[in-house]
Every structure is written in structure tokens, then in C-alpha cells.
Ligand binder design. Structure first.
Ligand SMILES: O=C(O)[C@H](O)[C@@H](O)[C@H](O)[C@H](O)COP(=O)(O)O
Length: 241
């Protein structure tokens, strides 16, 4: 695992854009498609906006990208809380990735059916042995959640299903999510974490005891892939290194 500390959220977004661009180019030397899972939240917005413009936009072979989402809120895509909606507004609406290579969670279905639909999409795309994303982008909430794996929820421990839908009481909303075993098969997982509210949970996640019911982000540990935490100085403030 690597922890990379950047001065502020702008520097974090720039470093992430540089890393992702390089990773895409490297991987595409060996294969003809690059699979990425995006996240939601506020931190990736600045990253998306950078990727959509010069000097990054012209370096990325958008036609070879296959886009997925690690999790989704159960709202229509035009709702301001939609992770896919945010990604279209800030990135996908501005680049040339073909629509059929962009795999959104279908929130027009019932929650369970939307999770089953995404499971089918993953089986069709990756085959039955399981998804192997080239890159999974993740964020961490102030409460230590990642994906839609929230503290105290059973889905944190899910080992069998690739996708789950469940009602998250504290947000009075259904959430749709990939499970940890799927993400842990990725070649690279990049967490982007910024701001002072992340300092305490980040310390616990990275340096505390293993308590996934309290800090679900701890269950993300790629088996063979790279794990990188890119964090800004405010989020890193309590780390001991
Ligand atoms: O849909 C979501 O809520 C996310 O995918 C989630 O896991 C997010 O990454 C964190 O909540 C961090 O969000 P911020 O970047 O806004 O802190």
C-alpha cells in the first residue's frame, strides 16, 4: 500500500489526473481496453473536470475506455445525488467514450432488480470468474464508508454476491454497490480523500485496529493489485508518518 500526500484538493486532483492518464497509457500498451470504476462524492468532481480538458483530455484514448461505477444512490440519473449524473456532467458528457461502453446502474428498476442487472452486466463483460477492473476509484466518507459500504451494515461483510441493493436507514435511501471481493480483484485501487473531516477516520482506517463495522474502508485490500491512498494534507493531518 502507498499513501501519497498532496498539498491541497487542487494538487490532489492534478496528481490523480496525472496518475490515471499514465496508468491508462501503460495498460493500453498491453491490451486494447481499459476498465475503470468511478466513484461518487465531491472529491472526484475536480478530477473529472481536469480529465475532461487539456492537457489530459487529448492524451486519453477515450474510445478504449469502458466505464462502470463502484456504487450508486437509488435516484434517477438526472437527480443531483446521482453518481452517474455527476460523472456525465463533469466528464463523460465532454469526451468521446461510446455510450455502449458506459455501464450505469439502472435506477429506473426496483432496487433488487437494479443490483441483479448490474451483476448481469459484470458477468457479460468480465465472464463468470469475476470482474478485474484495471482501475477502481474510491472515496471515503467522514464516517469511514467507501462504495456504499456503510458502518454497521451487513454488506460490508458480503463475500458471495458481486452487487447489492439495500435500504440505508440513516440516509432514508436505497444504495446500490459493488461488494469488497469484486473491488479487491482490481489491478489498482485509488482512494482520493480530502479535507479536515477525513483526518480522524483516515487515521483509524490506515493505522487503527481492523474494525470494518466501524470503518468499512478497511475491507478494501486488493489481493494482487496496487492500493494507493492519495490524500491532501488536511486529511493526512493525524497520520503518524
Ligand atoms: O456515492 C457515494 O457516496 C460514494 O461513492 C462514496 O463512497 C464517496 O466516495 C464518499 O462518500 C466520499 O465522498 P466525498 O468525496 O464527497 O467526501
Amino acid at each position: 500500500m502507498q499513501v501519497l500526500i498532496k498539498k491541497n484538493p487542487d494538487a490532489l486532483a492534478k496528481a490523480a489526473a496525472e496518475f490515471i492518464t499514465k496508468q491508462i497509457k501503460e495498460v493500453l500498451k498491453k491490451q486494447d481496453r481499459f476498465t475503470i470504476a468511478l466513484s461518487g462524492g465531491s472529491t472526484p468532481k475536480a478530477l473529472h473536470e481536469l480529465l475532461a480538458k487539456s492537457p489530459f483530455a487529448e492524451q486519453i484514448p477515450w474510445l478504449q475506455l469502458h466505464v462502470f461505477w463502484g456504487d450508486e444512490r437509488y435516484v434517477p440519473i438526472d437527480d443531483e445525488q446521482s453518481n452517474a449524473g455527476m460523472a456525465y456532467d463533469t466528464l463523460l458528457g465532454h469526451v468521446f467514450t461510446p455510450e455502449e461502453q458506459i455501464h450505469v446502474w439502472r435506477t429506473e428498476l426496483e432496487p433488487e432488480a437494479a443490483a441483479a442487472d448490474y451483476d448481469r452486466i459484470l458477468h457479460d463483460y468480465f465472464g463468470d470468474t469475476g470482474p478485474t477492473f484495471d482501475l477502481v476509484l474510491l472515496g471515503m466518507g467522514d464516517d469511514g464508508h467507501t462504495l456504499s459500504l456503510f458502518p454497521g451494515t451487513e454488506v460490508v461483510h458480503e463475500q458471495t454476491s458481486w452487487t447489492k441493493a439495500y435500504y440505508l436507514k440513516q440516509q432514508t435511501m436505497y444504495r446500490l454497490t459493488l461488494t469488497a471481493p469484486v473491488v479487491n480483484r482490481a489491478s489498482c485501487v485509488l482512494f482520493l480523500v480530502a479535507g479536515p473531516k477525513k483526518a480522524a477516520p483516515l487515521k483509524e482506517v490506515l493505522e487503527g485496529e481492523f474494525r470494518p463495522d466501524t470503518y468499512p474502508s478497511q475491507v478494501i485490500k486488493p489481493a494482487d493489485g496496487q492500493l494507493i491512498w492519495m490524500v491532501d494534507e488536511k486529511a493526512a493531518a493525524s497520520l503518524s508518518q
